[in-house]
Design a protein around this ligand. Structure first.
Ligand SMILES: Cc1cc2nc3c(=O)[nH]c(=O)nc-3n(C[C@H](O)[C@H](O)[C@H](O)COP(=O)(O)OP(=O)(O)OC[C@H]3O[C@@H](n4cnc5c(N)ncnc54)[C@H](O)[C@@H]3O)c2cc1C
Ligand code: FES
Length: 281
């Protein structure tokens, strides 16, 4: 059992948990994730390790409530227990001194962009962060990124805060002003990651995305997380989740992620009925 030490909302439906997991905290590297199972009947869901403290023995996860399991998780509070937290899993981010690196996070993707931004800075890069949200309240971790990055640009779709527009438009603006950018990491919704790849492709800027296919075991055995990269089939859980953005087949990833939509929708409705009737066990 894994104890929740702290839980707080960063944005509507986006909650940050500090979870007691000293062994994972010791081993984890930026870019890695865990597979979480709330209880013995629960489904397994992948969540990125956003931060960790080796001395205090915790990892932090930032969770956006989008379906049954993430919404159930976001009902938990400090002191509650989680049945399984398995990890760290996945290949750590490739970190080196590229020169100027831009870390781009869309919505909850910022939770994943954060640890890599920290590592890129530690490796000697000049690090710029672009953090996007639908509106001001959805921009997360701006302060934390400000403490490690050279420049942070919040963007909002509705213009309620920071740059008015998408993260890709801010990136394009930086490129138009002649900024030299050597490396881009983008994490967020699939259309956002694809759009970032389209912006950087003509400039030949190495661009990495962290893919979010459906995962089950997280160990390379079930095949659930198959993605196509450069025409080759890869398993995101063991070959990724980070891949060369210019090689990813985003259309196939979108289609595969829709496979269980009907089932997911039904499970969410059942969960909502149970929470409304007070039966949330
Ligand atoms: C390596 C990896 C790291 C991740 N890290 C985080 C994280 O740090 N924080 C976070 O909030 N989420 C993260 N996700 C996404 C998270 O795993 C899904 O949101 C979660 O599995 C949805 O489960 P659910 O039962 O709540 O919703 P479901 O009912 O399973 O799905 C609800 C909706 O979310 C979509 N969805 C389902 N699975 C995924 C997925 N893997 N990625 C994107 N959309 C999905 C469905 O298509 C559906 O529209 C990560 C995914 C991967 C693969
Ligand atoms: S999640 Fe099963 S092979 Fe990747």
């Amino acid at each position: 059992m894994f104890r929740i030490l702290k839980a707080d909302f960063l944005a509507p439906e986006v909650k940050r948990f500090h979870i007691e997991a000293p062994r994972i905290a010791r081993k984890r590297l930026p870019g890695q994730f865990v597979i979480v199972r709330l209880d013995e009947h629960g489904e397994r869901i992948p969540l990125t390790i956003s931060d960790a403290d080796v001395t205090e023995g915790w990892i932090s996860l930032i969770v956006q409530g989008v379906g049954k399991t993430t919404m159930a998780l976001n009902l938990l509070e400090s002191g509650d227990l989680i049945a399984d937290v398995a990890g760290p899993l996945g290949v750590p981010s490739h970190i080196e001194n590229f020169g100027t690196a831009v870390s781009i996070g869309g919505g909850v993707g910022t939770a994943i962009a954060y640890p890599t931004a920290v590592a890129l800075k530690e490796a000697g890069n000049s690090v710029l962060a672009i953090v996007g949200g639908r509106s001001r309240e959805y921009v997360i971790l701006e302060q934390e990124l400000g403490e490690v990055c050279d420049e942070v640009y919040p963007t909002t779709d509705d213009g309620s805060y920071g740059f008015h527009g998408f993260v890709t438009e801010k990136l394009q603006e930086l490129l138009d002003t002649g900024r030299t950018i050597d490396h881009v990491l983008a994490i967020g919704p699939i259309p956002m990651m694809k759009a970032v790849a389209d912006v950087t492709r003509p400039y030949g800027i190495k661009t990495v995305v962290s893919l979010n296919p459906i995962m089950v075991d997280g160990t390379g055995m079930c095949g659930g997380c198959r993605v196509s990269v450069g025409g080759e089939t890869k398993f995101a859980c063991v070959d990724g989740p980070e891949f060369d953005a210019h090689q990813v087949d985003f259309e196939l990833l979108t289609l595969r992620n829709r496979t269980y939509l009907e089932f997911e929708h039904r499970k969410l409705q059942e969960f909502q009925c149970r929470t409304q009737s007070g039966d949330i066990t």
